[in-house]
Design a protein around this ligand. Structure first.
Ligand code: OVM
Length: 408
């Protein structure tokens, strides 16, 4: 008998002892204002059942970390979105690093790790700092700015494609592709459909940029292709790893930098604190912004076998939505979690995941964050809102749509 598919995965009934919560976590009102939802989620238990999608959802720190850490029980190869790749055709060929389990994962990740190593990023960081200084001077000259387009999108789309070695970058297409990739993590809702309508315009362009001929000979992309030359991976796999860089390397840092700006405008004393020692506090400030406004709010894992978490029996094939954004606000882990404090101990936050799949680009992402926050701390006296910030709904990414600021 064929399994019944509900929202692209196996039909699952509520496990004994878990609360059934009749809510849509993908409601746009929740996506744009998630904190009350996070609080309610954690209050209901370590795991909660959502009948609308027949999924489990976790928002407490301990359970979320347990699931994310255990790649043996909780698979990525069946998709990190709501769709089970064992049962449904994915919207694009699966990523060979994100949507795969060990041992294939280990082999492919090693190639990207080398291309994004601390030594590589150390060489790029001076350029990032120069670019950040230039960008901050540009926006300071303007006074009133729209910080999403003028800083949050401008900075990563300037420095990251260049570091990869994309010869003809197109910031709009890179940002839109990120929006597709992160909305694809959710259910087949309006948000996902609207952005997927752009696929014919964007996907072929992205795929072309992954070709060796489109890349410079001295970038991160070339390093990945050198692994194809030595036979460590095939030529098509090298292209797929470039696609991963373009999938995960733009929207994430755009979101992180935008949210960090929002935090500093919302908490002016924290900005003054950053200004007291930009050199040393730009890193901690970016880290706290990652905890406070976690860019990747939630990814799924799929139970590859029957198992238990916190005493709850989980069926094989269960999709579990791990809400990293909620875990990062868990008072059981972080004292006074709803306070943005750049001096707090942020260690253990889950914004970059944990375990074998933790963000492989975290070194370069942090270098970008430090560069821009360092430049702001050194060159700007005050950051104020010049209008109401607007959040942009997305099925997995917390991101601003517009952030009018006055910099002086
Ligand atoms: C990828 C990738 C990696 C991390 C995140 C992501 C959903 C995509 O390898 O394509 O966004």
């Amino acid at each position: 008998m064929a399994a019944t598919l509900v929202h692209q995965h196996k039909s699952i009934s509520p496990p004994a002892g878990v609360e059934v919560w009749d809510i849509d976590p993908y409601d746009e009102a929740i996506l744009t204002d998630p904190i009350p939802f996070f609080d309610a989620l954690r209050a209901k238990g370590g795991l909660v059942y959502i009948p609308r999608y027949e999924i489990l959802i976790s928002g407490r720190y301990e359970e979320t970390r347990e699931i994310f850490y255990d790649h043996n029980r909780f698979l990525s190869s069946r998709g990190i979105g709501m769709a089970d790749f064992k049962l449904e055709q994915p919207w694009r060929p699966p990523s060979i690093v994100l949507e795969v389990d060990p041992p294939e994962h280990t082999h492919n990740r090693r190639v990207i790790m080398r291309a994004l190593s601390p030594a590589v990023v150390r060489k790029l960081e001076q350029d990032f700092i120069e670019d950040a200084k230039r960008l901050v001077d540009e926006v300071l000259a303007q006074g009133d700015i729209e910080a999403v387009s003028d800083i949050a999108e401008a900075f990563p789309t300037r420095v990251f494609p260049r570091a990869v070695g994309i010869k003809e970058p197109d910031a709009r297409k890179l940002v839109d592709y990120g929006a597709m990739v992160f909305n694809a993590v959710g259910p087949d809702n309006d948000l996902r459909r609207r952005i997927m309508a752009k696929a014919p315009d964007i996907v072929p362009w992205i795929n072309e940029q992954c070709d060796r001929s489109r890349l410079t000979e001295d970038g991160i992309g070339a390093t990945i292709y050198s692994a194809a030359d030595s036979g460590e991976i095939g030529e098509p796999e090298a292209g797929m790893l470039i696609r991963s860089l373009l999938s995960a390397g733009v929207d994430t840092t755009v979101s992180g930098i935008g949210s960090a700006l929002w935090c500093l405008a919302q908490y002016p004393q924290q900005f003054q604190r950053l200004k007291s020692d930009p050199q040393n506090l730009c890193g901690p400030a970016f880290e706290e912004a990652l905890r406070f406004c976690t860019p990747v709010q939630a990814f799924f894992r799929t139970a590859g076998e029957a198992t238990t978490v916190a005493g709850v029996e989980i069926e094989e094939g269960t999709k579990i939505l791990c809400v990293l954004g909620a875990a990062n606000r868990d008072p059981a882990k972080f004292e006074d979690p709803d306070n943005f404090d750049i001096l707090r101990d942020t260690r253990g936050h889950l914004a970059l995941g944990v375990g074998v799949h933790s963000c492989v680009g975290q070194i370069i992402a942090r270098a970008e964050g430090r560069a821009i926050l360092g430049a702001l701390g050194r060159r700007v006296n005050q950051i104020e809102f010049a209008g109401p910030p607007v959040w942009r709904p997305n099925n997995s990414m917390r991101a601003l749509d517009s952030l009018p600021l006055k910099l002086s």
